[in-house]
Design a protein around this ligand. Structure first.
Ligand code: GSY
Length: 161
């Protein structure tokens, strides 16, 4: 059996009953045998970033403990997005549910469709604010050349504001 890893997920919704969708998503994540949900942030109403011609989002961050490797965690999250009606119309467009893997332990992963820490999270208040509510000291790995270094959620948020 695999060791347990601490990971953080960012969830967002801006179509339909956003609060209900986020609640259902957290419940479905909790139901995955190899995942335990440890913490969930408050709900944040946030202006859309990126593709701005869309409704405001509701965002949360959750802390999980899991024996799943990142690739399998991603597969489960994509299954739950589909289950809750995500239809990928416009890449940056409105969505019923978006689940991003923000952090996975201290790991730095950049291959294929898996990039952890999430590559845009350092510029996103809608990610850092909910995350700072539940884990201000969580390490964020980043690469300088060949070296992996770490900052913290609270430091990243301070640099953003
Ligand atoms: N405020 C806000 N803007 C966003 N733009 C995109 S894309 N997304 C989807 C998550 O990458 C969001 C989001 O969740 N919240």
């Amino acid at each position: 059996h695999n060791r347990l890893n601490r990971a953080f997920l960012g969830l967002g919704s801006n179509i339909g009953d956003r609060k209900y969708t986020l609640g259902r998503a957290v419940h479905l994540i909790h139901q995955v045998t190899e995942i335990e949900v440890l913490q969930s942030s408050s709900l944040y109403e946030t202006d859309p970033v990126g593709y701005t011609e869309q409704d405001v989002f509701l965002n949360i961050a959750i802390e999980i403990e899991t024996s799943l490797p990142p690739e399998e965690l991603l597969t489960h999250m994509q299954r739950i997005e589909t289950l809750l009606g995500r239809t990928r119309m416009i890449r940056w467009g409105p969505r019923t549910l978006d689940i991003d893997i923000l952090l996975y332990g201290h790991e730095y992963i950049h291959h294929g469709d898996l990039q952890v820490p999430h590559p845009r999270m350092m510029e996103r208040a809608f990610v850092l604010v909910p995350l700072a509510e539940i884990a201000p000291e969580a390490p964020i790995a980043y690469k300088t050349g060949e070296e992996v270094r770490y900052t913290s959620v609270e430091d990243a948020l301070e640099k953003l504001e």
